[in-house]
Design a protein around this ligand. Sequence first.
Ligand SMILES: [Zn+2]
Length: 344
Amino acid sequence: MKHTAFALVFVAACSSSGGSPGGDAQTDAPISDANVTDGGDAAVDTPTRIYATFSTHNEQSNNLPCKDVVDPTKPDEYLANRAATIAFAKAIADAGGAYDLMSELSYIEQINLFDKGSVLDSTGGKNLLKYLNEFAPGKVTVDMHSHEKSGVGGFNSSDVAEALEKLGVPPNGLVGGFIANPSSAENWTRLRKPLKAVRSSYEWTATVLWGGGSSLHVDDPSASGVWRPKSPDEFLVDDATQTLPNIGGYADITRSDYATQLNTLLDLLKSDKLEKNRMYTITLMSQQCDFHRDSSITETAKATIAAHTADVAAGRLVWMTLPNVLSTWKTAYKSQPAILPNPH
Ligand SMILES: [Zn+2]
C-alpha cells in the first residue's frame, strides 16, 4: 500500500484478547507433511512453518484512498467503508484466514463521530473497532499504526493507543511499521522505552515491531521471520540481548501481488531452503480505504486462502494474527530468530 507521508510509523497495538499464548488453534494442528523440516535445532522441535496474516492500514487524509473516508464532512464515505470493512473481516474469518486491521488516528475519530445509534445495529451495539477486535478471537485483531505528526495538532503512537483504548480496544504493544532505512532516519529505537503521548499524560510501551519501512518505500528492508533488531545500522541482525522483537512483513507493500510473494516463500520451504525449526512470516497487505470501492480486494483474499488449503493441512502454512505470531515465536519457537530478506 502507498504511504504518502515521509514518516512510516505504523504503530499497531495488537489485541491480546485473542486468547492464550500460542493463539490460534492451528498452532497445535498435527503436522504430516514430509517436506516440513524437523530436528534442526535441539532446542526447538516445532517444524519450520510460514505464518501469514492479511493486514490493512487506514491512513490520514493526505493518503489519497483514505482522503474521503476520513473526511468528517463525508459520513457516507466512512459508513460505506465501515460496512465493507466488516464484510472483509468476516470473509477472512469465515475462510479460515487471519486479519490484522491497523488503524490510524483519523479513522478512529470518524468512529467517534459516526458510530452511534442505528449505525451500531450491524455490530451488536459496539463501535466498529471494538466489534472487529472481539467477534472472531484469534482470527481478527485490531492493531494500531501511526505516521505520527509533529507541530500543531501533533500526536504520536501513544496518542493513537490511547484513542483505541477509549474505543474499548486495549493496546497490545504491537508497532506496525516504522522507518528502519536509512538508519539515519530510523524512529524505532525510541520504542524500546515507554512513550508518552503528546496530547495527554498517557504512556504506552511497544512490545513488538512489525514490518520495517523506508522513506517513501524506496528501499524497505522487508524480511520474513521474527528477530530482535540489533541497531539502526544492523536492523536485519538478531541481538538476543534486545527485548523488542520485529515480525517481518516480507511482502513488499508497494506491490499488490502478495499471492506471488507467498508462493515464493512456500516454494523455499518446500525445497528445503529455509532454516529448520524456525518461524517465517509474511503479511499480505490490502488498502482498507478502497474496500467499498473495489470488491476484488475481498475476492482476491478469499481466493488466496482457498488456494492454500493443502499447505495449511500439511502444516506448511498457518494463518495467524500478529499478536499470536509473537506469542507463538516465544513459546513454540523459543524465541529463536529467523531473518530472510525479501530480494524484491
Ligand atoms: Zn500507514
